[in-house]
Ligand binder design. Structure first.
Ligand SMILES: *Cc1c(COP(=O)(O)O)cnc(C)c1O
Length: 350
């Protein structure tokens, strides 16, 4: 596999800590539970996109790019991490975001949306059906103006991005060896699929025996999500010279914890956010890590994990999204009735 020959810039604070969650484990009355703190990668509040961007920004620089163009959802962590990395390397940024009809002014400047503007990104908020067209237009316009834009698809979920999570498996595996325990399960939130693709490739290639569990954060079937992950792995066969066989059973996906769609506030997610803050002082986010933690809690309660097993929760970042959710969180804490609705910026809303 081609991993050490890939161009890479180094700005992530690695290795990220691997910590025990003893109070959560006590509540679950089951396996030992650990957290891999990829929310502590260091740049702009951290998160899983940082590892991907070390390869993607290096590729952009090697192509002589002066602009990064990417897109995602309105409150995207991906856009935050990309803008931060781009600015750090002196590149300009255009973010195309699918969002509410009018975009958001005023109070809408919160969480990631606020950070996108703060970092000087050019922000275009469009309806989901205009998303691809706007990206194409943006690239054409920049080229006509004599710029050299570099496009990165949503979430950086292409083989180069996934390479960051092949590396992460090595890093995590070494930590578990140092600490003297075997990782049985690794739970994380899966969206555009690059993180899971990298984790599965790493786990298989290095024969770690880790069961990689992805909790879907968007409204999709198991098959759809699993095909997304498998496509990245297939592309990596050529692009990263990845040779290890991967079969369908290696792509383990749970779709039951997202509720009605991306960003939907459910009781399970709210309880996960509250429980981890309350028991461990650990901040999750209501969209991704809360879904993954709701999955971990439910699987533990169902007896999916054996009591002598070790489960690692991958904290993929995104906790600035707590703030746009301040109202449902307040209501949950104060036991008021919650409108269990999908926010108007969610692409799963329609
Ligand atoms: C993007 C993201 C994920 C999902 O990662 P993918 O590689 O897109 O599947 C999980 N958690 C957080 C906080 C994210 O921002």
């Amino acid at each position: 596999m081609k991993l050490n020959e890939l161009p890479r810039v180094r700005f992530a604070c690695l290795p990220t800590p691997l910590q025990k969650l003893p109070h959560l484990a006590k509540v679950l009355d089951g396996p030992r539970v650990w957290v891999k703190r990829d929310d502590m990668t260091g740049l702009a509040f951290g998160g899983n996109k940082t590892r991907k961007l070390e390869y993607l920004i290096a590729d952009a620089l090697s192509h002589g790019a002066d602009y990064i163009v990417t897109g995602a959802g309105f409150h995207s962590n991906w856009c935050t991490q990309t803008a931060a990395a781009a600015r750090k390397y002196g590149l300009s940024v255009v973010l195309v975001k699918s969002g509410p009809e009018e975009g958001y002014g005023g109070e809408g400047w919160d969480g990631n949306h606020l950070l996108h503007h703060l970092m000087g990104a050019e922000v275009k908020v469009v309806r989901p059906d205009e998303f691809n067209g706007t990206i194409e237009e943006t690239l054409e316009e920049l080229e006509e103006e004599g710029h050299n834009p570099y496009f990165i698809p949503v979430g950086g979920s292409i083989p180069l991005g996934a390479a960051g999570y092949i590396n992460a498996v090595l890093e995590l595996y070494k930590q578990s060896v140092d600490y003297g325990f075997k990782i049985d399960h690794l739970v994380h939130g899966t969206g555009s699929g690059g993180t899971q693709a990298g984790l599965v490739m790493g786990s298989r290639a290095f024969s770690t025996g880790i069961n990689v569990i992805g909790a879907s954060v968007g409204y999709s079937s198991k098959e759809e999500q699993s095909q997304k992950v498998m496509k990245i792995i297939e592309e990596a066969r050529e692009e990263l010279d990845f040779r290890t066989p991967v079969n369908e059973q290696d792509i383990n996906i749970f779709t039951d914890y997202v509720g009605g769609g991306y960003g939907h506030v459910t009781e399970g997610k709210m309880e996960a956010v509250r429980l981890l803050a309350d028991k461990e002082g650990l901040m999750l986010d209501p969209v991704y890590t809360a879904t993954a933690m709701a999955c971990l809690i439910d699987l533990a309660n169902e007896g999916y994990f054996k009591s002598d097993e070790n489960v690692v929760f991958l904290h993929t970042g995104g906790s600035v999204a707590l703030f746009p959710y301040k109202e449902p969180i307040r209501k949950y804490i104060q036991e008021e009735e919650i409108p269990w609705s999908i926010p108007d910026w969610s692409p799963d809303r329609e």
